[in-house]
Structures are given as structure tokens and as C-alpha cells.
Ligand binder design. Structure first.
Ligand code: SAM
Ligand code: SF4
Ligand code: F3S
Length: 467
């Protein structure tokens, strides 16, 4: 038996033990947990596993810290701002612990994989009971057990092994939309990025495990399934089977049912014509692709270690648009990479104008401890970078508004996600991933409906149900 399977089997006894102990501690009432998630969809998916495990230990869930018997923050290390928020919010739990000394507090996720951060939590926040990294989340039952029964603080960091854990329980946040991780980790070491250090090396799940989970989701009525990985285009590398990402997409698209497939994130260096061809010929795969370019300037891209250049990126986009004429593109952009000049930044502006993105996730460079870019000369002030950032936002807002305006009069298939309590309108996303609001009955939430676009309000649409 592999170490991982052995590890998972060991946890089984802790599930039952913690459930029993919590029952006594909560005097027969169900124990209550609060799970707060920071960061990307990978963390959201991990938190659904944490909730699955807690659920199996008898917990119910709350958003209110004062009601909780167990509080866990699943953290993100991608930018300094994200980390500062976590430090502030963990610090504020001191008052909660003062009012209720039996509450168990845990901090996990990407930030905790950085030893200096885990040390700071250990020293500055003695009221935190459990600290653990991204490679050991399956040992949560054991950690809670040790924190309660042995009254010990628990600090756990596992090794980044080769194997993928299968079989953890998942409690999904939505009944219509599901995250499905196809691979873990990242091998790319973009010079600014902390993710490869905190998430470890790339590991793909076996296609049979993905297909099984996918079919279960479709059978359970999930309408939108997003395949997750830091670089889904390198899916399959290292597996013994003959599979790559386009092949996986083709298999998943072949199942009968009323569902839509999305995926993120695609890395331009590995995105292939084969993938765009599969999407173009598919029944269920969304015509929206998130393809981060980060910078429009070749020198900056090289310093970022992104491997592609502006021409290669634009050639890819041109091919994709030629086979998928209604393609909707979104992207990530970094402003103010160390050494970037205003002239070089202007290449980013011309690139976004040339491509016509539906929307952008824009970030000002944030130095991350241990990365190559942290040590690079960075002469441009934050104030100056902020000016460039605002210029980028203004340019993109105009592009997005134009794109939305061009959709007026068209009918879109919309997955209805929620009701806006303020306006009373239903809201959902078009296939191109644009938010659209319209009047309709609550029971439509969680289903696909056709909606005619009647108005574009900058980058949000208004519409009318046609069925
Ligand atoms: N794997 C994805 C890719 O390569 O496109 C990106 C994942 S990363 C979690 C999300 C985005 O955060 C990146 O695309 C990048 O734009 C941004 N990012 C990462 N590190 C950053 C840093 N140090 N400063 C600013 N933005 C950063
Ligand atoms: Fe970070 Fe680059 Fe990996 Fe994306 S591909 S997670 S930006 S190192
Ligand atoms: Fe943050 Fe970790 Fe995702 S660093 S962006 S939560 S992989």
C-alpha cells in the first residue's frame, strides 16, 4: 500500500474520535465550524475538501466567528496585500479566543508553506492551535485530535510527494457549479511567483479518477464544471497513460447531459492548436478562455521567465479566433515588474487593444520572498506604478464597455447563479463569462436559460428571459 493510502486509512479512526469528542464538548449540540478562504480557485477547491472532512466529523458551518467551535483560515501567499489581510484577520481572532477559550483556531494554505510566515504565526499568535501547509490537508482529523486531546499546538508540514491524494470527502459550496482539480502544483517558476514554492511540483490526476468525478457531477445535476490547475496545458506529463489536456477535454465533452465545461489556468507557452480545435468542435466547452499574458513586452516577458513572446501570444490568439469566431478572452496582467519602463508598459496597453479582452485581472508587482524577481532592481516608485495601473484600467474599461455594447440584441445561454438582493434581479454568466442581470423567478437559479441582451451597463449586461 502506498504511503498516501496508508495516511488516509490512518485518518479514518480520527474522524470518529473527533466526532465523539466534539459531541461531548458541545454538550450534544452539533459542533460549528467557520472556514474562510483567501486566494485562487485552487484554495477554494481545497476548502471544499476541508469542509468535507469537517462535515464527516459532524460539523455544521457558520460565517460568524462568535458561533464557531473551530475556525480555519486557508491562506494565499501570491501578493503582499493578501498576506497582510490574513495577518490582520488572524490577529483579530485574539478577542474571539478571549471570549471563548475552547475555540480551536487553525491557519493553513499557501502562506503556511513559507517557513518564515509559519514561524511568525507561531510566535506572534500563541492562541493559534494548528498551523499546516498545503501537502498535509488530508491529516486535518489527526491534527484536530492532537490539539484537543493532547492539548498541544500542532505544526505540520509534509513533503511534496509524487502521488496525488484521491478519495477525500468534498462539501461543495454550490449545487450548480463545481471545481474539479485535474492537476496540482507548478513547474514554471515565473520569476515573480511564489506558487511553485508553496504548491510543489506538477502532478496530474489519472484520467480515470477525473472522469469518474466528472460523471458523478454531471449525474448529480451540476451545470458548470471548471477544470483546475495552475497550468492545465501541461496536464498528463508524468502519467503513464497516453493523455494530454486536449484529449482529456475531448473525453469529458463526449458525455451526454446539460452542462458546460470551463477550465483555468491555461499557460500560453503550452497552449496548442489542438486544444483550440477541440474547443471549436465541442458541444459543452465554453468559448471563454483565460489565457494570462502578464506583459506585452518581450524583454519583460523574458525577465519574467514566461518562455513565450508577444508574437507567439498574438499568433495563438489569432489562430484561436480563426477557429472559434465568438471567442471571449480574459487574462492576468502585472504592472511594474522590476525594471519595466513606461515605454515597455505601453506595449501591454497596445496588446490589450489588439486582442480586445472581455476582462482583465490586473496586479501591481509584489515582491515575494525567495523568488528571483524579489532580488531584481526595482527603481520605479509604487506611486508611479499606480499611475500606470490606472491607465491600464481605463484602457480596459473602454474595451470591455465596447464589447458589452456589441452584445445588445443577441440571445445568450446563461447559467443563473443567484438573486441580487438589492435589485431583486436574477444574475448569471453568459458563455463568454460576462455578468447579466434580468427579472425572473427564484426557481430558475441553478439552471440554464436563454436571455436576450437588452442593455449594456459598462461591463455588466441587462437582459430579458426568452424562455
Ligand atoms: N498559473 C497562472 C498563470 O501562469 O497564468 C497564474 C496563477 S497566479 C495564482 C494568478 C496571477 O497572479 C498571475 O497570473 C499573476 O498575474 C499574478 N501574480 C503572481 N505573482 C505575482 C506577484 N508577485 N506580484 C503581482 N502579481 C502576481
Ligand atoms: Fe505562477 Fe507562473 Fe506557475 Fe502561474 S505558471 S502559478 S504565474 S509560476
Ligand atoms: Fe494564492 Fe496559493 Fe492560489 S498562493 S493564488 S492560493 S495557489
Amino acid at each position: 500500500m502506498s504511503d498516501n493510502k496508508l495516511d488516509l486509512n490512518l485518518q479514518e479512526r480520527y474522524y470518529a474520535d473527533v466526532a465523539e469528542i466534539m459531541k461531548v464538548r458541545c454538550k450534544g449540540e452539533k459542533p460549528v465550524a467557520l472556514v474562510r478562504t483567501y486566494g485562487c480557485q485552487q484554495n477554494v477547491a481545497d476548502s471544499e475538501k476541508i469542509k468535507g472532512m469537517l462535515n464527516k466529523m459532524g460539523f455544521i458551518f457558520t460565517e460568524n466567528e462568535e458561533e464557531a467551535d473551530f475556525i480555519i483560515f486557508n491562506t494565499c501567499a501570491v501578493r503582499e496585500h493578501a498576506e497582510d489581510r490574513v495577518f490582520g484577520n488572524v490577529g483579530a481572532l485574539k478577542n474571539i479566543k478571549r471570549k471563548n477559550s475552547s475555540v480551536i483556531i487553525a491557519v493553513c494554505g499557501c502562506m503556511m508553506e513559507q517557513r518564515h510566515v509559519a514561524e511568525r504565526i507561531k510566535k506572534s499568535f500563541p492562541f493559534v492551535n494548528i498551523v499546516f501547509g498545503t501537502h498535509v490537508i488530508h491529516r486535518l482529523p489527526e491534527m484536530i485530535y492532537t490539539a484537543i486531546v493532547d492539548s498541544q499546538r500542532v505544526f505540520l508540514h509534509g513533503k511534496d510527494g509524487d502521488e496525488v491524494f484521491e478519495g477525500l470527502p468534498i462539501k461543495r459550496d454550490s449545487k450548480s457549479h463545481a471545481w474539479l482539480t485535474v492537476m496540482y502544483g507548478c513547474n514554471n517558476f515565473c520569476s515573480y511567483c511564489i506558487v511553485p514554492y508553496v504548491r510543489g511540483r506538477e502532478k496530474s490526476r489519472k484520467s480515470a479518477d477525473i472522469i469518474k468525478e466528472f460523471k458523478e457531477l454531471v449525474d448529480a445535476g451540476y451545470k458548470e464544471i471548471t477544470l483546475l490547475g495552475q497550468n492545465v496545458n501541461s496536464y498528463g506529463k508524468g502519467l503513464e497513460e497516453d493523455i494530454n489536456f486536449p484529449k482529456l477535454l475531448k473525453i469529458l465533452d463526449s458525455f451526454e447531459g446539460d452542462y458546460r465545461i470551463r477550465f483555468m489556468t491555461s499557460h500560453p507557452k503550452d497552449a496548442t492548436h489542438e486544444m483550440f480545435d477541440v474547443i471549436a468542435n465541442s458541444k459543452h466547452i465554453s468559448h471563454h478562455i483565460h489565457l494570462p499574458f502578464q506583459s506585452g513586452n518581450d524583454r519583460v516577458l523574458k525577465e519574467m521567465n514566461r518562455i513565450y513572446n508577444r508574437e507567439k501570444y498574438l499568433n495563438l490568439i489569432n489562430y484561436a479566433k480563426s477557429v472559434i469566431p465568438d471567442l471571449s478572452l480574459t487574462s492576468d496582467v502585472i504592472v511594474g515588474f522590476p525594471g519595466e519602463t513606461y515605454e515597455e508598459f505601453k506595449d501591454t496597453l497596445t496588446l490589450i487593444e489588439e486582442v480586445g479582452f472581455t476582462s482583465l485581472f490586473t496586479f501591481i508587482f509584489s515582491p515575494r520572498v525567495g523568488t528571483k524577481a524579489e532580488k531584481m532592481d526595482d527603481p520605479i516608485t509604487y506611486e508611479e506604478k499606480n499611475k500606470w495601473f490606472n491607465e491600464l484600467l481605463k484602457t480596459q474599461e473602454a474595451i470591455a464597455a465596447k464589447r458589452c455594447a456589441s452584445m445588445v440584441g443577441k440571445t445568450e445561454r446563461v447559467l443563473i447563479e443567484e438573486k441580487n438582493e438589492k435589485t431583486g434581479l436574477l444574475s448569471g454568466r453568459t458563455d463568454s463569462s460576462i455578468i447579466i442581470e434580468f427579472e425572473g423567478p427564484d426557481e430558475y437559479i441553478g439552471s440554464f436559460k436563454n436571455v436576450k441582451v437588452t442593455e449594456a451597463r459598462n461591463w455588466i449586461l441587462r437582459g430579458k428571459l426568452t424562455d
